[in-house]
Design a protein around this ligand. Structure first.
Ligand SMILES: Nc1ncnc2c1ncn2[C@@H]1O[C@H](COP(=O)(O)OP(=O)(O)OP(=O)(O)O)[C@@H](O)[C@H]1O
Length: 675
């Protein structure tokens, strides 16, 4: 039976066509799928196993045929389409059997006059490189490559699956060649084809692909992502990876996959704004039926949903309510503990570790809490917290840890039933112990609990170890390594600022050294200024330049550590008559125009073509006001690390361009990058 495949850059490449032309492409694909031989298609065989079809008088489609399968490679204006086809050949690789579209004009690599380093692949035989899928015509070029920068330039011209294997090889990994595909196997049955080609059989999927050509994540998953989307696990699974490695995409596709199996799915993220993003993206990915089975919600909202089934009047205790209840409790319980000390104990031990019983507090490890406490002292302190909670309960309020524990009890006792078969957690790193235990309790089937996050982006809370919370992910922990968001240049600089290794969210560390992006772009800019006024004026001037370079204003973001800094940026933009838009939690950002302005905390989960981070001075990063009252060296160290991670989050929002600027002394976090 005839089937149809699409190369993974087929839809993005249509973006430069007019709306009318894109409409004609949709009609052409429909007609072609009904009957490739219809006279209107004017199918014509070209060289190198390529074919052309007539879309309109001016447009031509280039295709390849593999057995019964037609592969759509490109549509372009007549001459451009034929020129593109002249420089390519398509067919199965003689060693791996994978379908490849290969450029026939091979890039020359400049030979250094005095070779400094040996060629990267000197130790690899031709037959080994061929077994990875390297097209034989590219072997001489590969043999000349001596540094990673040149390698990345060459890899952009090779099939993506081959490029990825070579990158892994260049970082010293042991790479096993893929299992060869016998020539008799239909290409659709070969896993390697999933990487570069996609089957689009139904009209609805085709329409979505045409409407959102840049949303490649909707149709193309990396095999490592695809495996995680469809795998059946025997217990909770953890997916980590640096910023931009497609973790959220995995969570969304898995949500759809489970919904298709009829499961009721909870997809959570940390704050409302991130849930809003997830909902918007899920609407692109899912049918209304699938969407009806997926609930997107913050953990906090879900917690209240459970509790209010028993007690409709229950509320959160906000910071003010907790502060006054603590002051009152401290006065009532003898022992003379300083209120600031008690508040720190509450914030750094009780809440993050989800402590609700005396036994838990008696036994908890207070690592990094400064002075040690005797059991007698702990007992006295615990009395204060018991009293604090009584005061809150009197006002029908509760703190986060206590409310989570109560919700878990309700679920465990069967008084309230969970609505979810599966729970998927994004931005895992910012959750606290009580919340994680609650999510586990909400998930009816342990193999359908998937936790997705990056400790390098933790900006709240001290962290945790999943196994210490009874969430066992050993043997089911996966790291994604291909960065889809940022250029390799931005990725490298952001990773240097963050440092390596990072916490693996399970009591150990993991390295990011093998993460790579296959997209190249300009090196990020680092700029010192005489004054903060000069700095924001330069940022506004750069925005004007980006807009002149055809970046839409809404694809540009400026981030700063504080809102005051953003006010100054706003004024500088207004002086150049450039529209701006403040990113906030509950906004309608899809319809808003203007350059996006946000705090670094609000940058989470977003992405823009160009990002400017202002105020990267040592006064603001780490923020002096945050460190001012922290005496304990461990707390200080932890606060500084959170600030570093905040800068990492802001930097990694950039897809193509990134500028960091400051006045005064540069941030200490910039020491690892050449500024
Ligand atoms: N398989 C894919 N093909 C093409 N683009 C992809 C793919 N997977 C992810 N992307 C794109 O890469 C970008 C980053 O993806 P995503 O937000 O899922 O990463 P992340 O690891 O969750 O990032 P962060 O930790 O910074 O939030 C998005 O623009 C997404 O659409």
């Amino acid at each position: 039976m005839t089937a149809f495949l699409f190369a993974n850059n087929f839809f993005p490449e249509l973006d430069h066509l007019s709306a009318d032309d894109r409409g004609a492409v949709t009609t052409f694909i429909g007609e072609f799928q009904r009957n490739p031989k219809s006279p209107g298609i004017s199918l014509e065989r070209l060289q190198n196993d390529l074919w052309s079809g007539r879309v309109t008088r001016d447009l031509r489609a280039i295709l390849h045929k593999d057995g019964d399968i037609w592969v759509f490679l490109r549509v372009d204006h007549h001459d451009d389409a034929y020129r593109w086809a002249e420089r390519r050949r398509a067919g199965r690789h003689p060693t791996t059997g994978a379908l490849q579209v290969v450029e026939t004009v091979v890039r020359e690599v400049e030979r250094p006059v005095e070779p400094a380093a040996p060629p990267l692949f000197a130790e690899r035989s031709d037959s080994y490189l061929l077994s990875l899928g390297v097209p034989s015509t590219w072997l001489p070029t590969l043999r000349e490559i001596r540094d990673e920068q040149t390698l990345l330039g060459v890899l952009a011209h090779l099939p993506q699956d081959v490029a990825e294997l070579l990158l892994r090889l260049s970082t010293g990994e042991l790479v096993t060649p893929p299992e060869p595909i016998p020539p008799s196997t239909p290409i659709l049955d070969a896993p390697a084809a999933r990487r570069d080609f996609e089957v689009i059989g139904d009209e609805a999927t085709l329409r979505r692909a045409m409407e959102a050509p840049f949303e490649r994540w909707i149709h193309f998953l990396h095999p490592s992502q695809q495996d995680l989307v469809t795998a059946g696990f025997s217990g909770p699974a953890k997916v980590s990876g640096a910023a931009g490695t497609g973790k959220t995409v995995v969570a969304m596709h898995r949500a759809r996959h489970l919904a298709r199996q009829g499961k009721r799915v909870l997809l959570t993220s940390y704050v409302n704004a991130l849930c809003g993003n997830l909902e918007r993206q899920l609407r692109q990915l899912c049918t209304p039926d699938e969407l009806a089975r997926i609930r997107v919600s913050t953990v906090h909202n879900q917690l209240l949903v459970v509790l209010r089934k028993q007690d409709p009047d229950l509320h959160w205790a906000d910071d003010g309510a907790i502060k006054s209840a603590l002051a009152r409790a401290a006065r009532e319980v003898p022992g003379g503990f300083d209120v600031d000390f008690l508040a720190a104990e509450w914030a750094h031990v009780i809440q993050p570790q989800g402590i609700v019983t005396w036994e838990q507090y008696r036994d908890v490890r207070r690592t990094g809490r400064g002075r040690a406490l005797s059991v007698r002292e702990r007992k006295q302190i615990w009395q204060v917290f018991v009293r604090l909670r009584e005061h809150l309960a009197g006002a029908r309020k509760g703190d986060r840890a206590a409310l989570c524990a109560r919700a878990i009890d309700l679920l465990a006792s069967g008084k309230v039933a969970s609505e979810f078969d599966a729970v998927l957690v994004d931005e895992l790193q910012d959750l606290q112990a009580g919340e994680l235990r609650l999510l586990k309790a909400l998930c009816k089937s342990p193999g359908d609990l998937m936790l997705v996050g990056d400790a390098g982006q933790r900006i709240y809370g001290p962290g945790f170890s999943l196994s210490a919370l009874g969430i066992e992910v050993r043997g089911r922990s996966y790291i994604l390594k291909v960065n889809y968001r940022t250029t390799e240049q931005i990725r490298q600089h952001a990773d240097r600022v963050l440092g390596d290794p990072v916490d693996n969210l399970d009591g150990h560390t993991e390295t990011r050294r093998n993460t790579r992006s296959l997209v190249q772009g300009p090196v990020p800019t680092f700029q010192a200024h005489r004054s903060s006024k000069a700095e924001v004026e330069a940022a506004a001037a750069l925005v004007r330049q980006f807009i002149a370079d055809k970046f839409p204003a809404s694809a540009i973001a400026i981030f700063a550590r504080t809102n005051n800094q953003l006010d100054a940026v706003d004024a500088a933009l207004a002086a150049l008559q450039l529209p701006s838009y403040r990113l906030r939690d509950d906004d309608d950002r899809d319809n808003a125009t203007g350059v996006r302005l946000g705090t670094m905390h609000g940058a989470k989960g977003l992405e823009f073509r160009a990002v400017i981070v202002v105020g990267c001075s040592d006064r603001y990063l780490p923020h002096a006001a945050v460190l001012k009252d922290i005496q304990d060296p461990n707390d200080r160290e932890h606060a500084i690390q959170s600030e570093r991670q905040l800068l990492y989050v802001a930097m990694t929002r950039a897809r193509e361009r990134l500028l960091l600027s400051w006045s005064g002394a540069p941030s200490r976090f910039l020491i690892p990058v050449p500024v």
